[in-house]
Ligand binder design. Sequence first.
Ligand SMILES: Cc1ncc(COP(=O)(O)O)c(C=O)c1O
Length: 480
Amino acid sequence: MAKELLKKISIKEDVEQKVKAPIVEALKIAYDNPTYQFHIPGHTKGNAIFKDFKKLVGEKVLTVDTTDEFDNLGTLHPATGPIKEAQELAAEAFGAKKTFFLLNGSTSGNLALAMALTKKGQKILVNRNCHRSILTGLIISGAEPVWICPNKIEDWSVWGNIEANKVDKMLTENKDISMVWITNPTYEGVVSDIKAISLVCKKHGVPFIVDEAHGCLWNFNKDLPETALKLGADAVVHSLHKTGGSMSQSSMLHISKDSCLDEVAIEKALKLLHTTSPSLLLLASLDASRANLQSKKGQKLLEKAVENAKYLRKRLDQIPNLHQLKGDFGYKTDVTKVFVKIDGLSGKRLESILEIDFKIEVESASDIGVLILCNLGNKRSEFKYLADALEKIAENHYQDIYYLEKRKHMPMLDPIIKMSLRDAFYAEKERIPKSEAIGRISAEVVAECPPGISILLPGELITEEHLPYLNDYDTLEVVK
Ligand SMILES: Cc1ncc(COP(=O)(O)O)c(C=O)c1O
């Protein structure tokens, strides 16, 4: 009898530990209860699709490729049914008051924030190395960015942290700045003191938005930095698809618990920006990635990813001629983003050696180094292989062919602004040869992806210093 009871209790515990994933559940029910489908998408559960594609992706994925409104799956705008429930569960997991699921990535989150919270002519403090989606948002709204340049880490040709003191000084000198919008971490994993910046924003009474696209794992592991949602930011975007385990282009926008931002305006902007046929597959993958991060298995995977990153960093420390970026500012940084350089090799050359000789693909490469992401899904054996490969490359004195090109990848210039962002973007323009562009005003966003940081902004004066970043461009669009 006691045994039976124990068994029952343990079954109950198992059930209780199962993390809920309402969209995943609803899709499963829809899959198990097929209907005669006379609605979109027209491939009709994969029945009318190119057969090689079907073979590649599998029948099941096409069967569940559907949009909202059908099969009791709920709707995205307004959020109803399982989608609403999944967004609420996500808000709870990330420590937010409200969470919106995003299609078209954090890009759509940034666009919505700009549309909802900024107006024509309003001044917004933005870091110069922001993602181009913020620029697009400000072009749409007509707000004026006031650029704050982070510290520069010259040896690595990357932007560093943003000093809270500098934010304070700029807000004191420009009383008409009405919002602060900061990217944290940087693409290469440099972290700013968000707590200190948020206190500055509170002192000046301005809302504080953080583009935390690359930091969606932080709330789920104590060794990673604290999420801005807990450090005083009003709103945060997270690209779950980058590191959180959801499918490409799925992201989240969170409003923090004590924020006074106009949620209705943000929701309205999202409705305008979003497709009217949201992919349930992408929405389910957001639901699944949140559930995974909360589950025991997901927690273990994240712990392992952090351990693997530490292992990799330790191995790399022992390799002569190899260096790793360590942004040690006295607060927690993100160990899972490892930026590496080898003496005598450009990052682009190192990237191609890794790819061709070792079949290793890294996140990105610059003129200086390569960026390695220690993912939830990578195994320890893969990190061993990677460390061995880097060791061999550092020992074998590969010849650099890339340095000869005199090319730079990470734009690190303080912009000289001659015209407003929106005015320059919508001005009468002409396309001219790059060689004639010095002294003219850019009319376009020139930004390579990754990292999507602009080399040129609309309204920025084109100078000789821009040229090493513009090797791939023969012509530029300038204000007429
Ligand atoms: C800092 C930052 N913000 C926003 C984005 C846009 O994210 P998504 O690709 O999810 O649209 C990126 C993409 O690289 C990014 O690096």
